[in-house]
Design a protein around this ligand. Structure first.
Ligand SMILES: NC(=O)c1ccc[n+]([C@@H]2O[C@H](COP(=O)([O-])OP(=O)(O)OC[C@H]3O[C@@H](n4cnc5c(N)ncnc54)[C@H](O)[C@@H]3O)[C@@H](O)[C@H]2O)c1
Length: 328
């Protein structure tokens, strides 16, 4: 039996990965301080510790008790906008705490470290980015994730473990069985559109209309959370045991904000009232992944879902949690 530690396993993406790991027969230990995570998203078959990843003493006990040798590190603060106002919070939670976690990983001689990074490390320099392009973050959030990547590479070299740095593009959708999905994620386009469709006035704010893009709104590469979860599980394959890779996790296709709204309208059969607002600080105009075609990436990357699947699961999930709240 393989024992895996997942930090941030009570969050949107982490909880989905934990469900899939349990389905595949892994023993899963979650460390999450529930700052943005939710207990109700945690699979009951996981062992859960409400612990801060910066708490080395507790981590030490957990690693020892559960014989941890693989880590999926997802715990982080992740709002681009908030990071521009509170850079210190981002440095402490993302960089300093990752260093503490890595100290414990080194002590227990872990074999594999999978890290949730982001396309925000690339910044505004290029619209279509390859994983070997030079990063140039334009937000503190992106910068702190890049610093984490550097720390991981340094520790991996020194303590001889393999790492997978997964640079996620925009993650959307809910678990295809609707067991978990996004909860408090105001500011996220898919979440806002899903909430708004269930309301009477169906208002949606669009931040910026004069970006240098085909229709003036921001363009993103959206990856479905079900595919992203499989990517993590693929990184744990034995064939990749000695490998270390930096992987762009996106589909290589961009959708503008207006295009996404249009898809939501077509699928739901309802119309939004669109309101244009000022661009948000730290937002970049356009970023699309250029997925690498090397043989290891082919083992890792999956593309079983598309934007319409993600919209459908988002809407079904929102409907489900709205009804659940009504029953309480
Ligand atoms: N959602 C996206 O589109 C996206 C895109 C790129 C990268 N990412 C990365 O994916 C990861 C997960 O993101 P998410 O969307 O699931 O966010 P989330 O906020 O739902 O999950 C983060 C989890 O980490 C926990 N956490 C935060 N700080 C912690 C700490 N110090 N100790 C213990 N637990 C802590 C939170 O309680 C939460 O459960 C993050 O590292 C994020 O940077 C997400």
């Amino acid at each position: 039996m393989e024992n895996i530690l997942v930090t941030g396993g009570a969050g949107y993406i982490g909880s989905k990965i934990c469900y899939d790991l349990i389905d595949k027969g892994f023993e899963v230990v979650i460390v999450d301080n529930l700052t943005t995570g939710h207990k109700k998203l945690i699979n009951k078959n996981c062992v859960f510790y409400k612990v801060n990843i910066g708490d080395k003493k507790s981590l030490f006990k957990i690693f020892k008790k559960h014989n941890i040798d693989k880590v999926i590190h997802m715990a982080a603060s992740l709002s681009v906008q908030e990071s521009m106002i509170k850079p210190q919070k981002y440095y402490l939670n993302n960089v300093y705490n990752t260093k503490k976690l890595l100290d414990v990983c080194a002590k227990f001689k872990i074999k594999k470290f999978v890290f949730s990074s982001t396309c925000a490390v690339y910044g505004e320099k290029k619209k279509r980015v390859k994983s070997n392009d030079t990063p140039s973050p334009s937000s503190y959030y992106g910068l702190t994730k890049l610093l984490c990547e550097k720390l991981i590479e340094t520790y991996a070299k020194k303590y001889n473990f393999s790492y997978f740095i997964l640079r996620y593009f925009n993650v959307v959708g809910a678990d295809y069985k609707l067991r978990v999905g996004p909860i408090n994620r105001s500011g996220q386009l898919f979440k806002n559109l899903s909430i708004s469709i269930l309301k009477k006035n169906k208002k949606i704010n669009i931040y910026g209309k004069n970006y240098n893009t085909k229709d003036g709104t921001c363009i993103r590469d959206y990856i479905d959370v079900n595919d992203l979860s499989n990517i993590h599980i693929n990184c744990l394959k034995k064939i990749l045991n000695k490998k270390s890779l930096v992987v762009n996790c996106g589909y290589g296709k961009g959708h503008s904000v207006l295009e996404v709204i249009n898809h939501f309208e077509n699928i739901s059969g309802k119309k939004y009232t669109k309101e244009f607002k000022k661009p948000r600080k730290g937002d970049i105009s356009e970023i699309i992944c250029s997925p690498s075609k090397n043989k290891y990436n082919k083992i890792i990357l999956t593309n079983n879902y598309n934007i319409k699947d993600s919209i459908k699961s988002s809407l079904k999930w929102e409907f489900k949690i709205k009804n659940m709240n009504r029953l309480k």
